[in-house]
Design a protein around this ligand. Structure first.
Ligand code: AMP
Length: 288
């Protein structure tokens, strides 16, 4: 199957071509038609499956087709919620690339850490699509600087992550500020009960779509694992760094404190290492 078979409009097909996407991924093949037809979708899909384009392309298409009704007005038409600032930025960037040939469509990322004055200025200028983290969106709702009563599309991206981060009440408050007639898309890597309850409460007979992450690995990456005692992990890490002498290394740690501990250890050993986590200020995060 090709993107041409999905009834997408020429400006989107051209953008997809520019992005060098050859064929739609399974989640895109299954999600684009029902969203274009106006249905709610409950998608069980992980990062890497192409889920961003799966919701972004049909929403952009529907926005483009509705533009005549809303001509000249810069009211918010779509809201995409993501768990982290980085993901909000990444999704906003991807949408901007896809909307490259749709003139006049404004896509705005809204996230904590960015100066509120800058955001207020952008919001005053108007936007059609907001990609935001729940905390900052709530902040704008409370300040009265965002009006979500005009939206037709709401997306919860990585919903399980948002719930794990304690955003459940915020998500519910945000959705309560949107019209019930909206089309709601919910994506989550896992489908525990709280996600299903969210779907039941805020979705209208959603089409359930599940894609298996068949390829978790790619051939160009060699994977190796090493068994060590918990207390020896950092020491093993520095040995591995010495052995392979890589130009750049990304180390994933499961807690913020753990990240700081690894960085402190590596710095003491003379490696130029930096931490990156949510307790750091945005300027620092961006520069790292
Ligand atoms: P996502 O799951 O949305 O985070 O996407 C994972 C990656 O796959 C991103 O880098 C996308 O740019 C890329 N991608 C999405 N759809 C396609 C496609 N149809 N063909 C090739 N790459 C894609």
């Amino acid at each position: 199957m090709h993107f041409d078979d999905l009834n997408l409009i020429p400006p989107l097909l051209s953008a997809v071509r520019d992005m060098s996407y050859d064929q739609p991924t399974p989640i895109q093949r299954e999600t684009i038609p029902p969203v274009l037809a106006g249905r709610d979708v409950l998608g069980c899909a992980q990062t890497g499956t192409g889920k961003t384009a799966a919701f972004a392309l049909p929403i952009l298409q529907r926005l483009s087709q509705e533009r005549k009704q809303h001509a000249g007005r810069r009211t918010i038409r779509a809201l995409i919620l993501t768990p982290t600032r980085e993901l909000a930025l990444q999704v906003a960037r991807e949408l901007t690339r896809m909307a490259k040939y749709m003139t006049g469509l404004r896509i705005l990322p809204i996230y904590g850490g960015q100066p509120i004055e800058t955001q207020l200025r952008f919001l005053r200028q108007g936007a059609h699509v907001i990609v935001g983290t729940p905390g900052r969106v709530i902040d704008h709702i409370n300040r009265g600087t965002i009006d979500l009563t005009t939206i037709s599309y709401a997306v919860l991206d990585e919903a399980d992550e948002m719930l794990d981060m304690g955003f459940r009440d915020d998500i519910q408050t945000i959705l309560e500020h949107t019209p019930e007639t909206r089309q709601t898309l919910l994506f989550s890597a896992t489908m525990p009960r709280p996600i299903l309850m969210l779907a039941q409460r805020y979705q209208n007979q959603p089409q359930y779509i599940k894609v298996q992450a068949t390829e978790l690995t790619v051939d160009t990456i060699e994977q190796v694992y090493v068994e060590v005692m918990p207390g020896q992990k950092t020491m093993a890490l520095s040995r591995i760094l010495d052995m392979y002498d890589p130009a750049l290394t990304l180390v994933f740690v499961n807690t913020k404190i753990g990240a700081e501990e690894v960085v402190t250890y590596l710095q003491k050993q003379g490696y130029p290492a930096s931490a990156l986590h949510g307790d750091m200020c945005q300027v620092e995060r961006d520069s790292i």
